[in-house]
Ligand binder design. Structure first.
Ligand code: PBG
Ligand code: ZN
Length: 340
Protein backbone atom coordinates (compact mmCIF):
# COMPACT_ATOMS: atom_id res chain seq x y z
CA UNK A 1 0.00 0.00 0.00
CA UNK A 2 2.75 2.43 0.83
CA UNK A 3 4.52 1.38 -2.45
CA UNK A 4 1.38 2.17 -4.44
CA UNK A 5 1.09 5.58 -2.81
CA UNK A 6 4.73 6.37 -3.71
CA UNK A 7 4.34 5.40 -7.35
CA UNK A 8 1.20 7.52 -7.67
CA UNK A 9 2.95 10.57 -6.25
CA UNK A 10 5.97 10.07 -8.60
CA UNK A 11 3.82 9.71 -11.69
CA UNK A 12 1.79 12.72 -10.59
CA UNK A 13 5.04 14.73 -10.45
CA UNK A 14 6.43 13.93 -13.89
CA UNK A 15 5.16 17.00 -15.73
CA UNK A 16 6.71 19.31 -13.17
CA UNK A 17 10.24 17.93 -13.70
CA UNK A 18 12.08 20.30 -16.08
CA UNK A 19 15.54 20.63 -14.49
CA UNK A 20 16.87 17.42 -16.02
CA UNK A 21 16.49 18.95 -19.47
CA UNK A 22 19.02 21.70 -18.82
CA UNK A 23 21.34 20.51 -16.06
CA UNK A 24 24.35 20.20 -18.39
CA UNK A 25 25.77 23.30 -20.17
CA UNK A 26 25.45 21.58 -23.55
CA UNK A 27 21.82 20.73 -22.85
CA UNK A 28 21.26 24.39 -21.92
CA UNK A 29 22.65 25.49 -25.28
CA UNK A 30 20.15 23.14 -26.99
CA UNK A 31 17.26 25.11 -25.50
CA UNK A 32 17.95 28.09 -27.78
CA UNK A 33 16.67 28.10 -31.35
CA UNK A 34 19.84 29.90 -32.45
CA UNK A 35 23.30 29.94 -30.88
CA UNK A 36 25.28 33.16 -31.20
CA UNK A 37 28.14 32.63 -33.65
CA UNK A 38 30.76 34.96 -35.11
CA UNK A 39 29.13 34.85 -38.54
CA UNK A 40 25.99 36.54 -37.16
CA UNK A 41 27.88 39.68 -36.14
CA UNK A 42 28.39 42.87 -38.13
CA UNK A 43 30.83 45.43 -36.70
CA UNK A 44 30.20 49.17 -37.28
CA UNK A 45 33.22 51.27 -38.32
CA UNK A 46 33.43 55.08 -38.35
CA UNK A 47 35.69 56.19 -41.19
CA UNK A 48 37.00 59.74 -40.96
CA UNK A 49 38.38 61.72 -43.93
CA UNK A 50 41.54 62.55 -41.98
CA UNK A 51 43.94 59.80 -43.03
CA UNK A 52 45.81 59.40 -39.75
CA UNK A 53 42.85 60.03 -37.45
CA UNK A 54 42.34 57.65 -34.53
CA UNK A 55 40.06 59.35 -32.03
CA UNK A 56 38.35 57.68 -29.11
CA UNK A 57 34.63 58.52 -28.91
CA UNK A 58 34.05 59.32 -25.23
CA UNK A 59 30.33 58.41 -25.24
CA UNK A 60 30.99 55.10 -27.03
CA UNK A 61 33.43 53.20 -24.78
CA UNK A 62 36.34 51.61 -26.61
CA UNK A 63 35.18 52.75 -30.06
CA UNK A 64 37.19 55.01 -32.36
CA UNK A 65 36.79 57.15 -35.42
CA UNK A 66 39.58 56.15 -37.79
CA UNK A 67 41.26 57.40 -40.94
CA UNK A 68 42.10 55.11 -43.83
CA UNK A 69 45.75 54.72 -42.71
CA UNK A 70 44.68 53.25 -39.36
CA UNK A 71 42.19 50.74 -40.68
CA UNK A 72 44.17 47.73 -41.88
CA UNK A 73 46.37 47.38 -38.77
CA UNK A 74 43.23 47.64 -36.62
CA UNK A 75 41.27 45.05 -38.59
CA UNK A 76 44.02 42.48 -39.15
CA UNK A 77 43.81 40.88 -35.69
CA UNK A 78 40.01 40.99 -35.75
CA UNK A 79 39.84 39.22 -39.10
CA UNK A 80 42.30 36.64 -37.76
CA UNK A 81 39.96 36.07 -34.80
CA UNK A 82 37.00 35.49 -37.12
CA UNK A 83 35.48 38.88 -38.01
CA UNK A 84 33.20 38.23 -41.00
CA UNK A 85 31.48 41.53 -41.68
CA UNK A 86 31.65 45.29 -41.12
CA UNK A 87 29.21 48.18 -41.56
CA UNK A 88 30.83 51.39 -42.82
CA UNK A 89 29.88 54.94 -41.82
CA UNK A 90 31.64 57.95 -43.34
CA UNK A 91 32.54 60.92 -41.17
CA UNK A 92 33.63 64.04 -43.04
CA UNK A 93 35.77 66.06 -40.62
CA UNK A 94 37.42 68.44 -43.11
CA UNK A 95 35.80 71.89 -42.96
CA UNK A 96 33.62 72.81 -45.93
CA UNK A 97 32.74 69.22 -46.85
CA UNK A 98 29.05 69.36 -45.93
CA UNK A 99 26.32 71.00 -48.04
CA UNK A 100 22.55 71.00 -48.41
CA UNK A 101 22.58 68.04 -50.84
CA UNK A 102 25.06 65.76 -49.07
CA UNK A 103 27.32 65.91 -52.13
CA UNK A 104 30.27 64.32 -50.29
CA UNK A 105 28.43 61.04 -49.60
CA UNK A 106 29.59 59.38 -52.82
CA UNK A 107 32.75 61.40 -53.45
CA UNK A 108 35.10 58.84 -55.03
CA UNK A 109 37.90 60.22 -52.84
CA UNK A 110 35.73 60.23 -49.71
CA UNK A 111 36.35 57.89 -46.77
CA UNK A 112 33.61 55.36 -47.54
CA UNK A 113 34.45 54.86 -51.22
CA UNK A 114 38.16 54.59 -50.36
CA UNK A 115 37.50 52.15 -47.54
CA UNK A 116 35.35 49.87 -49.73
CA UNK A 117 38.15 49.57 -52.29
CA UNK A 118 40.83 49.06 -49.64
CA UNK A 119 38.88 46.35 -47.81
CA UNK A 120 38.05 44.47 -51.02
CA UNK A 121 41.75 44.41 -51.79
CA UNK A 122 43.18 43.66 -48.33
CA UNK A 123 40.47 41.40 -46.88
CA UNK A 124 38.85 39.61 -49.84
CA UNK A 125 36.77 37.37 -47.54
CA UNK A 126 35.30 40.22 -45.49
CA UNK A 127 31.63 41.06 -46.17
CA UNK A 128 31.33 44.82 -46.61
CA UNK A 129 28.03 46.47 -45.70
CA UNK A 130 27.67 50.22 -46.07
CA UNK A 131 25.15 52.41 -44.29
CA UNK A 132 23.51 54.70 -46.84
CA UNK A 133 22.34 58.06 -45.51
CA UNK A 134 22.92 61.75 -46.04
CA UNK A 135 22.92 62.99 -42.42
CA UNK A 136 26.71 62.72 -42.06
CA UNK A 137 27.13 64.83 -45.22
CA UNK A 138 24.38 67.45 -45.07
CA UNK A 139 25.02 70.89 -43.58
CA UNK A 140 21.71 70.65 -41.68
CA UNK A 141 22.31 67.08 -40.46
CA UNK A 142 19.01 65.63 -41.66
CA UNK A 143 18.76 62.32 -43.49
CA UNK A 144 17.72 63.74 -46.86
CA UNK A 145 17.25 66.86 -48.93
CA UNK A 146 14.98 69.48 -47.36
CA UNK A 147 12.16 71.72 -48.59
CA UNK A 148 12.14 75.41 -47.70
CA UNK A 149 9.92 74.66 -44.68
CA UNK A 150 12.54 72.29 -43.25
CA UNK A 151 10.64 69.06 -43.98
CA UNK A 152 12.10 66.29 -46.14
CA UNK A 153 11.66 66.44 -49.89
CA UNK A 154 11.03 62.73 -50.30
CA UNK A 155 11.42 62.55 -54.08
CA UNK A 156 14.71 64.45 -54.25
CA UNK A 157 16.01 62.52 -51.23
CA UNK A 158 15.18 59.14 -52.73
CA UNK A 159 16.77 60.10 -56.08
CA UNK A 160 19.94 61.18 -54.30
CA UNK A 161 20.09 58.28 -51.82
CA UNK A 162 19.62 55.70 -54.55
CA UNK A 163 22.49 57.28 -56.51
CA UNK A 164 24.69 57.06 -53.41
CA UNK A 165 23.73 53.41 -52.81
CA UNK A 166 24.54 52.61 -56.44
CA UNK A 167 27.95 54.28 -56.15
CA UNK A 168 28.82 52.20 -53.06
CA UNK A 169 27.71 49.01 -54.79
CA UNK A 170 29.72 49.86 -57.89
CA UNK A 171 32.77 50.54 -55.71
CA UNK A 172 32.47 46.96 -54.41
CA UNK A 173 30.20 46.96 -51.35
CA UNK A 174 28.53 43.58 -50.90
CA UNK A 175 25.59 45.15 -49.10
CA UNK A 176 23.98 48.58 -49.13
CA UNK A 177 21.83 49.47 -46.12
CA UNK A 178 19.75 52.64 -46.40
CA UNK A 179 19.01 54.08 -42.93
CA UNK A 180 17.43 57.36 -44.03
CA UNK A 181 13.77 56.26 -43.72
CA UNK A 182 12.53 58.13 -46.79
CA UNK A 183 9.49 56.45 -48.36
CA UNK A 184 10.14 54.34 -51.44
CA UNK A 185 13.94 54.20 -51.23
CA UNK A 186 14.16 50.41 -51.32
CA UNK A 187 12.33 50.24 -54.63
CA UNK A 188 14.39 53.10 -56.08
CA UNK A 189 17.68 51.48 -55.07
CA UNK A 190 16.65 48.04 -56.30
CA UNK A 191 15.64 49.48 -59.70
CA UNK A 192 18.96 51.30 -60.11
CA UNK A 193 20.90 48.15 -59.15
CA UNK A 194 18.92 46.20 -61.75
CA UNK A 195 19.41 48.89 -64.41
CA UNK A 196 23.16 48.90 -63.82
CA UNK A 197 23.39 45.12 -63.89
CA UNK A 198 24.62 44.65 -60.32
CA UNK A 199 21.42 43.67 -58.50
CA UNK A 200 22.49 40.01 -58.58
CA UNK A 201 25.61 40.69 -56.51
CA UNK A 202 24.40 43.42 -54.18
CA UNK A 203 22.46 42.66 -51.02
CA UNK A 204 19.89 45.29 -50.12
CA UNK A 205 19.36 45.52 -46.37
CA UNK A 206 16.55 47.84 -45.29
CA UNK A 207 16.56 49.63 -41.98
CA UNK A 208 12.79 49.13 -42.28
CA UNK A 209 11.77 49.46 -38.63
CA UNK A 210 13.96 52.27 -37.37
CA UNK A 211 12.56 54.12 -34.37
CA UNK A 212 13.29 57.69 -33.27
CA UNK A 213 14.44 58.32 -29.74
CA UNK A 214 17.43 59.06 -27.57
CA UNK A 215 19.48 55.90 -28.20
CA UNK A 216 21.45 57.23 -31.19
CA UNK A 217 23.23 59.99 -29.23
CA UNK A 218 26.70 58.40 -28.99
CA UNK A 219 26.52 57.49 -32.69
CA UNK A 220 25.81 61.12 -33.55
CA UNK A 221 28.85 62.14 -31.48
CA UNK A 222 30.94 59.63 -33.42
CA UNK A 223 29.55 60.50 -36.86
CA UNK A 224 29.05 64.23 -36.15
CA UNK A 225 25.56 63.82 -37.57
CA UNK A 226 23.19 65.42 -35.06
CA UNK A 227 20.57 67.57 -36.85
CA UNK A 228 21.30 71.29 -36.55
CA UNK A 229 17.60 72.01 -35.93
CA UNK A 230 14.52 69.95 -35.08
CA UNK A 231 14.60 66.17 -34.78
CA UNK A 232 13.96 63.05 -36.89
CA UNK A 233 10.47 62.28 -35.57
CA UNK A 234 8.73 62.92 -38.90
CA UNK A 235 10.70 60.17 -40.67
CA UNK A 236 11.95 57.73 -38.01
CA UNK A 237 9.10 55.77 -36.39
CA UNK A 238 7.40 56.78 -33.12
CA UNK A 239 8.43 54.37 -30.31
CA UNK A 240 4.85 53.17 -29.79
CA UNK A 241 4.25 52.55 -33.49
CA UNK A 242 4.09 48.78 -33.73
CA UNK A 243 1.50 48.81 -36.52
CA UNK A 244 3.49 51.39 -38.46
CA UNK A 245 6.61 49.23 -38.12
CA UNK A 246 4.71 46.22 -39.45
CA UNK A 247 3.55 48.28 -42.44
CA UNK A 248 7.09 49.52 -43.11
CA UNK A 249 8.46 45.97 -42.91
CA UNK A 250 5.81 44.60 -45.27
CA UNK A 251 6.33 47.50 -47.67
CA UNK A 252 10.11 47.08 -47.80
CA UNK A 253 9.86 43.34 -48.38
CA UNK A 254 7.51 44.16 -51.28
CA UNK A 255 9.96 46.74 -52.64
CA UNK A 256 12.77 44.21 -52.86
CA UNK A 257 14.66 44.22 -49.55
CA UNK A 258 16.86 41.13 -49.05
CA UNK A 259 17.20 41.65 -45.29
CA UNK A 260 14.97 43.57 -42.89
CA UNK A 261 16.56 45.38 -39.98
CA UNK A 262 15.01 46.46 -36.69
CA UNK A 263 16.65 49.25 -34.70
CA UNK A 264 17.17 49.80 -31.78
CA UNK A 265 17.08 46.18 -30.64
CA UNK A 266 16.59 45.54 -26.92
CA UNK A 267 13.69 48.00 -26.49
CA UNK A 268 12.01 46.60 -29.62
CA UNK A 269 12.06 42.83 -29.21
CA UNK A 270 8.35 42.61 -30.13
CA UNK A 271 9.15 44.35 -33.42
CA UNK A 272 11.97 41.86 -34.11
CA UNK A 273 9.48 39.08 -33.49
CA UNK A 274 6.97 40.77 -35.83
CA UNK A 275 9.69 41.14 -38.49
CA UNK A 276 10.46 37.44 -38.17
CA UNK A 277 6.78 36.61 -38.63
CA UNK A 278 6.20 39.01 -41.55
CA UNK A 279 9.57 38.18 -43.10
CA UNK A 280 9.54 34.45 -42.55
CA UNK A 281 11.45 33.94 -45.77
CA UNK A 282 14.27 36.41 -45.24
CA UNK A 283 17.00 36.99 -42.68
CA UNK A 284 16.22 39.50 -39.91
CA UNK A 285 18.90 41.84 -38.61
CA UNK A 286 18.81 43.86 -35.41
CA UNK A 287 21.03 46.85 -34.63
CA UNK A 288 22.11 46.97 -30.98
CA UNK A 289 22.69 50.70 -31.24
CA UNK A 290 25.19 53.08 -29.69
CA UNK A 291 22.98 54.11 -26.75
CA UNK A 292 22.19 50.49 -25.86
CA UNK A 293 25.89 49.62 -25.95
CA UNK A 294 26.79 52.70 -23.87
CA UNK A 295 24.11 51.81 -21.30
CA UNK A 296 25.50 48.31 -20.82
CA UNK A 297 28.98 49.78 -20.31
CA UNK A 298 27.73 52.44 -17.89
CA UNK A 299 25.79 49.94 -15.80
CA UNK A 300 28.70 47.50 -15.69
CA UNK A 301 31.00 50.33 -14.61
CA UNK A 302 28.52 51.24 -11.87
CA UNK A 303 28.70 47.68 -10.58
CA UNK A 304 25.16 46.73 -11.62
CA UNK A 305 26.33 43.60 -13.47
CA UNK A 306 29.28 41.99 -15.19
CA UNK A 307 29.87 43.41 -18.69
CA UNK A 308 30.46 40.11 -20.48
CA UNK A 309 27.49 38.38 -18.85
CA UNK A 310 25.18 41.23 -19.86
CA UNK A 311 26.60 41.46 -23.41
CA UNK A 312 25.66 37.80 -23.87
CA UNK A 313 22.30 38.15 -22.16
CA UNK A 314 21.16 41.07 -24.31
CA UNK A 315 22.47 39.61 -27.55
CA UNK A 316 20.91 36.21 -26.89
CA UNK A 317 17.63 37.99 -26.12
CA UNK A 318 17.81 39.66 -29.53
CA UNK A 319 18.38 36.28 -31.20
CA UNK A 320 15.54 34.70 -29.22
CA UNK A 321 13.15 37.43 -30.45
CA UNK A 322 13.90 36.34 -34.01
CA UNK A 323 17.03 38.06 -35.33
CA UNK A 324 19.75 36.04 -36.99
CA UNK A 325 22.10 38.95 -37.66
CA UNK A 326 23.20 41.46 -35.01
CA UNK A 327 24.98 44.72 -35.73
CA UNK A 328 26.98 45.19 -32.54
CA UNK A 329 29.74 47.34 -31.06
CA UNK A 330 30.51 44.29 -28.87
CA UNK A 331 31.72 42.38 -31.93
CA UNK A 332 35.47 42.60 -31.10
CA UNK A 333 34.68 41.35 -27.57
CA UNK A 334 32.57 38.48 -28.91
CA UNK A 335 35.44 37.46 -31.20
CA UNK A 336 37.44 36.88 -28.00
CA UNK A 337 34.56 35.33 -26.05
CA UNK A 338 33.11 32.96 -28.68
CA UNK A 339 34.67 29.78 -29.94
CA UNK A 340 33.06 29.94 -33.38
C1 PBG B 1 22.25 57.33 -39.97
C2 PBG B 1 22.31 56.30 -38.89
C3 PBG B 1 22.14 56.46 -37.51
C4 PBG B 1 22.40 55.21 -36.93
C5 PBG B 1 22.65 54.32 -37.98
N1 PBG B 1 22.58 55.01 -39.16
C6 PBG B 1 21.88 57.67 -36.71
C7 PBG B 1 20.59 58.36 -36.83
O1 PBG B 1 19.67 57.93 -37.52
O2 PBG B 1 20.50 59.45 -36.25
C8 PBG B 1 22.40 54.91 -35.47
C9 PBG B 1 23.30 53.79 -35.03
C10 PBG B 1 23.69 53.82 -33.58
O3 PBG B 1 23.16 54.61 -32.77
O4 PBG B 1 24.57 53.02 -33.22
N2 PBG B 1 20.97 57.70 -40.34
ZN1 ZN C 1 20.68 59.61 -41.44
Amino acid sequence: TSTAATSVSISGDISSQLHGGYHHPLARSWQAERQLTKSMLIYPLFMSDIEDDETLIPSLPGQYRRGINKLVPFLEPLVRKGLKSVMLFGVPMQPGTKDALGTAADDPKGPVMQTIRLLRQRFPQLFISVDVCLCEYTSHGHCGILRDDGSLNNQLSVDRISDVALAYAQAGAHCVAPSDMNDGRIRAIKLKLIEEGIAHKTLLMSYAAKFSGCLYGPFRDAAMSAPSFGDRKCYQLPPGGRGLARRAITRDIGEGADIIMVKPASQYLDIISDAKELGRDLPIAAYHVSGEYAMVHAAAKAGVFDLKTMAFEVTEGILRAGANIVVSYFTPDFLDWLEN
